[in-house]
Design a protein around this ligand. Sequence first.
Ligand code: HEC
Ligand code: HEC
Length: 373
Amino acid sequence: MAVLTRVATTLAAICSLLDVASAEPLGLPPVPIPADNPQSADKIALGNRLFHDLRFSSDGTVSCATCHADDKAFTDSPLKTSEGIGKKTGTRNAPTVLNAAYFSTLFWDGRAASLEDQSQHPFLNPVEMGLPTHEPILLIVRSDPFYLELFKKAFGKSGSDVTMEEVKKAIASFERTIIAGDSPFDRWYFKHETNAISEAAKRGFEVFVGQGRCVSCHVVEQNEALFTDNRFHNIGVGINRAQFDVPRLSAEFLKAKAQGVDVDKAVLTDPKTSELGRFAVTNQFDFVGAFKTPTLRNVAVTAPYMHDGSLKTLKDVVKHYNNGGRSEGDPAVVNDYLSGGIRPLQLTEQQTDDLVAFMETLTTPAYFGAKTK
Ligand code: HEC
Ligand code: HEC
């Protein structure tokens, strides 16, 4: 009996090793890995430690995980906008890092081209980690015995050979392991487990791909579902109120940008500049108030919603779409830059609830406990 148990355990261990090497979680494609930053166990372990290190903030109280907490699906839910050093608040809601590895650009406005590039900014942002330069980070990673050993193992470097390049690469490698699929929806849709989700959720999916037209931006494909098109759209959040200010705001912003202003700081510290959205990156008026389509995976556990955290519940989100891009209390007129894909939907109360039930099936049990209603 003991021998059998041991054989079974060994087999299970081998299978799980194979799993790590080959299979992606159900519903997700392979994670894209850049050629100049291959994954390794040492690099991932190092990145994990860097991600959670409080010493990389000006007052020693904030790490990446402060706003992207492991037990909150890598967000700071229920905060509306993030809190950094000294409880300073930024202008935007912290998106999840779960599955961020699949995005072709990072941040709500896509101003970072890769996870590596993204990871250097929070350290210096005055409302996030508030360091004056990256130098204090290098001082620590070049002298702390733990880091000395890990940088050596991961990159074959130590002491002054370690630069921000390795720090960024290690963080990005760790983030490429924060992947979540295999939700009840995946088991129903891709594995055809009929009872994995409720009848309400199944009706909700019909609305999602049909009358709601959600799927045109939150993409679901034949063998995988990232729930994003990696593009930018103005769906009428925040900008409805700020639109009359756009001529002045955009002119001031372009001038500051030409003078070399730090865009990362500008959009996260000034609420009105934040509303320019993708315009801040492209300088094109077509992109005023446009933000990146977020994934909807684990959305039920990451309230509140949208780039500014202005919508409290999933029901509020559906109502916003149902009103053709206006939330309760918004000005009567929609904004001039609204995406053509956003029009009143004429959904019934039942369809609204069904759509919410559908979105609740996108939670990965491994992170949050099953929500199989
Ligand atoms: C004070 C809170 C805070 C801290 C600290 C913080 N972040 Fe963020 N993070 C945010 C917010 C807010 C955004 C969205 C900002 C924007 O889009 O302009 C964001 C965006 C991101 C994104 C982009 C996700 C996407 O969908 O595009 C990644 C990845 C990320 N952060 C990783 C990190 C890493 C790595 C660190 C540490 C080096 C870190 N964050 C530190 C709040 C924080
Ligand atoms: C034209 C493209 C488009 C369509 C159509 C669309 N969305 Fe979105 N969705 C977006 C964008 C862009 C955002 C982020 C907007 C922002 O923050 O300003 C978003 C945000 C969301 C969020 C908030 C996610 C979060 O983490 O904050 C939810 C939930 C959502 N959409 C659900 C839906 C549903 C349900 C439908 C169909 C009724 C739908 N979307 C239709 C593009 C779209």
